[in-house]
Write a protein that binds this ligand. Structure first.
Ligand SMILES: Cc1cc2nc3c(=O)[nH]c(=O)nc-3n(C[C@H](O)[C@H](O)[C@H](O)COP(=O)(O)O)c2cc1C
Length: 261
């Protein structure tokens, strides 16, 4: 529900002009709400008088915009970020993990559902690893893969188990933390994940998108239950931690496939 503080509203009409659902109009020189909307918050963000609020949200969370992003700095971060497959034996501080969740939370979502769930596993990572490897062992024994896990994973699991016997954990690497992004749509999850990865880089952390591990949580309902993901599919899994590798230059890429008209 959108609320207009009529004392503060000066009738500039900015909120009505920017409202995607045409839910606001000017009546007698003041903004007025017509009905329901998707609560995208544009009316809050555009009002120069702080006259608009949406009580369902924590309005104390709304702050003045500070857009100081430099295009070159951003491009260097995008080019310089690498998939990190080797991590320092150092936990990620809670406040840094919190900022990752913030980067995800503020990402755009289709129809503004804000339906992403971020599952950050660090404190109980050893328990989670044990559960995962136990399920993989059982799966290889039975040879049965549940829905949501592609057939090729059976061979992969056999390979991962062999590697593990030789001390190499191909799934978790030596990352101190793992993140799952569950969402209402795969695109919502992917967009949030990309912002999270950039926020990780900005904090000196590294990440690895881990498609194998994301499939693996479908091996047993208990795994999803333990993660709190029984009602929502996870579309992205990322390992997180402080990189133990340093890349001194960017990696080559194919030429941009762009259509100009
Ligand atoms: C959706 C997705 C899933 C991925 N899954 C894995 C994975 O399971 N294991 C792995 O080592 N790398 C994985 N990667 C990393 C890619 O191999 C990597 O992004 C690519 O080789 C380019 O390297 P860069 O990220 O360092 O630029 C994944 C990447 C994406 C986007």
């Amino acid at each position: 529900m959108i609320l207009i503080d009529k004392e503060r509203c000066v009738g500039c009409g900015l909120c009505a002009a920017d409202c995607i659902t045409v839910n606001l109009q000017l009546v007698n020189g003041k903004a007025e709400v017509k009905g329901g909307c998707l609560e995208c918050g544009h009316c809050v963000a555009i009002c120069p008088q702080n006259a608009v609020s949406i009580p369902e949200f924590d309005m104390a969370d709304v702050s003045a915009c500070r857009m100081e992003l430099d295009a070159d700095v951003l491009l260097q971060a995008i080019k310089g970020r690498r998939s990190i497959r080797n991590y320092q034996a150092k936990k990620v501080e809670k406040d840094k993990l919190h900022l990752l969740a913030e980067a995800g939370r503020y990402t755009a979502t289709a129809k503004n559902t804000q339906g992403c769930r971020f599952v950050l596993v660090q404190d109980e990572l050893d328990t989670f690893k044990d559960m995962i490897w136990q399920q993989i062992g059982q799966t290889v024994e039975t040879g049965i893969l549940p829905e949501g896990v592609p057939p090729v994973m059976l061979e992969n699991y056999q390979r991962f188990l062999k590697m593990r016997e030789h001390g190499a954990d191909f799934l978790f690497r030596n990352a101190p933390a793992v993140l799952f992004v569950a969402a209402n749509t795969p695109v919502d999850a992917a967009l949030a994940a990309q912002n999270i990865e950039l926020m990780a880089v900005a904090q000196g952390l590294g990440a690895l998108y881990n498609g194998f591990l994301n499939y693996t949580i479908n091996l047993a309902p208990e795994l999803k239950q333990w993660l709190g993901l029984e009602d929502k599919p996870s579309y992205v899994c990322m390992l997180l931690g402080y990189p133990a590798v340093k890349y001194t230059s960017t990696a080559p890429r194919k030429a941009a496939d762009v259509v100009w008209r």
